[in-house]
Ligand binder design. Structure first.
Ligand code: AMP
Ligand code: GLY
Length: 422
């Protein structure tokens, strides 16, 4: 019997995960739960399942009945809610951290505490659960400063505030207004850092570390890094700031100390560990950890990866992962095509044109938020809708190819940044 994979999630990241898993040796089936219309239409992917990411019992039953070799989890929410613990106690192979280890992303206060103990460079910070105390703090603090919701907020819980008034308003909406529910009742206030950002993602079993290529995400909605933060408007790999020395520095100064610290706390970390870094004049500083792959970083990273990804993840779960490097990846670039109104209020329900274009072997359109109407036409059904992804010998080649392909796609109100990867 060939290998059978189950991917949990519904976005562009999960499309890329499933597509890449399907390219592996001896792969028989790749299912995605719940996936989306674009994933279901991908000829390399077996199909989508009508099971929600939070329905662990139904996912477990499917994995058992269909002899799934490995389940791979895309988003953070099921990890934080204990899907890995659930599968492991049912004797099923699953790739990702336990609920305890996923706190590294679920609570920014926890993550900061781990970094402090592990002596990992990160911005100075204070944690507040009382609004009056938080306001007293910002009235005295130098601006700009950064206000973050403690819990999960879909990449939107961070505000870079330029003034005392803006900080006060943000704190009111986060804390009293519960803008992100329980997630924003506790806030972190931290120093503003400057420098280029770098996404650094590794596969780890808690001890051994295999880095994926570096990448650069663009979080602001507008060109020139203007407007509100989003989940990410596009990404390029390798990062323009990449070097082997930098990668080694991050593994030794950030990743390994955090893994040691998590083990000491009785919550050893295995899965994808994603460090969001800022390359300051004083060296790399960690902005945050994620306990999963990035979206949209996954799309270019996996499209450009020259390795059997499923075999890598399986070796991690089987306890045979070895410290080391993967063979060199190509360069790749992903441009996110977003709906009008994203990130605040995406306008959905328009027919997407141009998806039947022949983009050639070096380009792939990953679907994040699409559905189909009665006639079978693809309709935009979310904020981030498509990630037009292309690979090439250099980042410039990949970029040019991705932008060329994006020109063929259109729906009413669609927008994208024209400066991804520069
Ligand atoms: P986070 O979710 O913590 O990665 O924050 C989202 C985005 O906010 C980051 O990708 C940065 O662009 C920005 N950001 C977060 N923390 C800081 C900081 N201390 N200084 C400057 N920008 C930051
Ligand atoms: N693109 C940023 C993230 O996935 O968190």
């Amino acid at each position: 019997m060939g290998r059978r994979y189950l991917v949990v999630g519904a976005g562009g990241r999960e499309h890329a995960l499933a597509w890449k898993l399907a390219q592996g040796a001896d792969v028989e089936s790749v299912w995605v739960a719940p996936g989306n219309a674009g994933i279901a239409a991908d000829p390399d992917i077996t199909g989508c399942l009508d099971i929600a990411v939070g329905d662990f019992s139904a996912l477990e039953a499917f994995a058992k009945e269909n002899d799934v070799t490995l389940t791979v989890v895309g988003p953070e929410a099921p990890l934080v809610d204990g899907i890995v613990d659930h599968f492991q106690s049912a004797g099923l192979a699953i790739f990702g951290p336990s609920a305890a280890a996923a706190q590294l992303e679920a609570s920014k206060a926890f993550s900061k505490e781990v970094m402090r103990k592990a002596e990992v460079p990160t911005a100075n910070f204070a944690v507040f659960d009382d609004e009056a105390d938080a306001i007293a703090h910002i009235e005295m603090a130098r601006h700009p400063l950064v206000i973050k919701a403690d819990g999960l907020a879909g990449g939107k819980g961070v505000v870079i505030s330029q003034s005392v008034d803006e900080s006060r308003e943000t704190l009111q909406s986060f804390m009293a207004g519960a803008k992100f529910g329980e997630s924003s009742k506790t806030v972190l206030i931290e120093d503003f850092l400057e420098g280029p950002e770098l996404s650094f993602i590794v596969v780890t079993d808690g001890e051994n570390v295999v880095p994926l290529a570096t990448s650069r995400d663009h979080k602001r909605v507008g060109e020139g890094d203007t407007g509100p933060n989003t989940g990410g408007m596009g990404a390029i790999t390798p990062s323009p700031n990449d070097s082997l020395d930098l990668q080694t520095e991050i593994v030794e100064m950030v990743i390994r100390p955090v893994l040691r610290q998590m083990k000491q706390r009785g919550a050893p970390f295995s899965g994808f560990l994603y460090a969001g870094l800022m390359l300051t004049q004083d060296g790399p500083y960690v902005l945050e950890f994620n306990v999963r792959m990035g979206d949209p970083e996954t799309q270019p990273l996996l499209f450009a990866l020259n390795a059997d990804f499923g075999a890598l993840l399986e070796s991690c779960v089987a306890g045979t992962l070895k410290d080391g490097r993967l063979s060199e990846s190509d360069a790749a670039c992903a441009i996110v095509l977003a709906s009008a109104g994203y990130p605040a209020t995406p306008q959905k329900g328009f027919v997407i044109e141009g998806l039947d274009t022949d983009f050639g072997p070096h380009t792939k359109v990953f679907h994040a938020g699409t559905t189909r109407d009665d006639s079978g036409a693809f309709i935009n059904n979310g904020g981030r809708v498509l990630a037009v992804t292309a690979r090439g010998a250099s980042p410039a080649d990949a970029r040019e190819r991705a932008y060329e392909a994006a020109q063929h796609i259109h729906w009413e109100g669609m927008h994208f940044r024209r400066d991804i990867g520069v």
